[in-house]
Design a binder for this molecule. Sequence first.
Ligand SMILES: [Zn+2]
Ligand SMILES: [Zn+2]
Length: 251
Amino acid sequence: MRDMHIHTEFSCDSEAKMEDYISEAKKKGMTTICFTEHVDLNINDHGYHYYSADKFWKQFDEIQSICPTVEVLAGIEFGEPHLYEKCLKELTKYPYDFVIGSVHWIGDMFPCQKIREQYSAKEFYTLYWQEVLKAVQTGAFDALGHMDFPKRYYGEIYYDESVMNEIFCNLLEKDMVIEINTSSLRKGYEQTMPGRELLEIYKSNGGKYVTIGSDAHTVEDIGADYATAKDLLKEVGLQEVIYRQRKRQIV
Ligand SMILES: [Zn+2]
Ligand SMILES: [Zn+2]
């Protein structure tokens, strides 16, 4: 059991401690976990400029080897990488193992209730996929995070298959992968992000590899619904991977 998407107190929306995650991972018999803190540079985000790489690395270096049976990796979840490429490049001078690129914002729009009242799912997703496409075209990260993120708010998905093919084509050309993010299941939705449909389109475009992450913000959520994600991968015919030192590893 592995978890490649976890937030700790170094993210603005979590108070969880690294060492508590490691103890919990040990209890659950997990082999690899990766801290992927939010790096958000959109001024509207609660976490705007919250992250401190120096503070993170100081703590990470101290706790990294406290449990010999759990491999602990360092990562970031970088928001809207296409808008802040320079900052991302600068930040990845630190020896991160794994970089998730996520689109949370479209300009100053987040899929909160007010926006959902103004934009239908179709309208919002249409704009969203264009941002995802731009993010992927940077080739600047390892895995595309929760690629149908608006689903967590709209509860539904809309896409145009040709746009989806374009996103996957660009992503694979840059040798990147997608993640299966299980946090939507904890919010009461039936599907992971992405769900089977998009995974199948990914595969039909030549996609092979996927990371699995819970997007835990609290200790008890680490590894949540790993088995569900793993079964889904098996059914679709995709392979789970992790990243060490920014290099893909088949597990
Ligand atoms: Zn996210
Ligand atoms: Zn996250």
